[in-house]
Design a protein around this ligand. Structure first.
Ligand SMILES: [Zn+2]
Length: 196
């Protein structure tokens, strides 16, 4: 992407909604900087990009008028309550990876989390990824209806470590969604039902 134009001074920008990559607020910035480009054919200036200042955290985001580029990208908000500390740290890292479109890293982190989860739930250490997936299945952490997901996760997990082809965005999102579901089932929901 290449623009030829100029930045104007700080001004009012109305109606550019976006999700802030720093604080996660869905915001419509009240102010920021306009980038204008001269339309050679008709001679007028058009808005092509902005630097928007978040109304909540005051940090700047670069956004093109057509929304094809936003820097920084919003982080995937997928919070799981009551996670054991090692998994909470890994989830934070995984969220950053998927938000930054680092799909191989995302899948590797999901794989690592799944293995950690299994060990925390009683599986042996230093086993293969497939062993851990089987363990979770055998011990009913994964229901029968989730079987097609599990088969796919097994495949994706192996691809990320052993083969050259890149992990697709779909595979990364699928691994991430599966992991969030698993973490919620194992840590968040049982905790919610405990007497207070
Ligand atoms: Zn913000």
């Amino acid at each position: 992407m290449y623009f030829h134009g100029e930045w104007l001074g700080k001004g009012t920008i109305i109606g550019q909604k976006y999700v802030c990559g720093y604080c996660g607020t869905e915001t419509s910035s009240s102010g920021g900087y306009n980038f204008q480009q001269r339309n050679e054919k008709f001679g007028f200036y058009e808005q092509v990009a902005f630097i928007l200042i978040c109304t909540s955290c005051n940090f700047p985001t670069f956004l093109t008028e057509d929304y094809t580029l936003q820097v920084p990208q919003p982080k995937m908000v997928a919070n799981v309550e009551n996670l054991p500390p090692p998994l909470a740290i890994l989830l934070n890292e995984t969220r950053k990876a998927i938000s930054a479109e680092l799909y191989n890293s995302t899948v590797l982190l999901c794989r690592k989390m799944l293995m950690n989860l299994a060990v925390l739930e009683g599986a042996d250490k230093n086993k293969s990824f497939v062993y851990y997936v089987d363990y979770l299945e055998r011990h009913d952490f994964i229901t029968a209806k989730m079987k097609p997901w599990v088969d796919r996760i097994r495949q994706i997990g192996n691809t990320a470590t052993h083969e050259i082809p890149d992990i697709s965005k779909e595979d990364a999102y699928m691994s991430f969604e599966f992991l969030i579901m698993l973490l919620k089932l194992v840590y968040e929901f049982p905790h919610k039902m405990q007497p207070k």
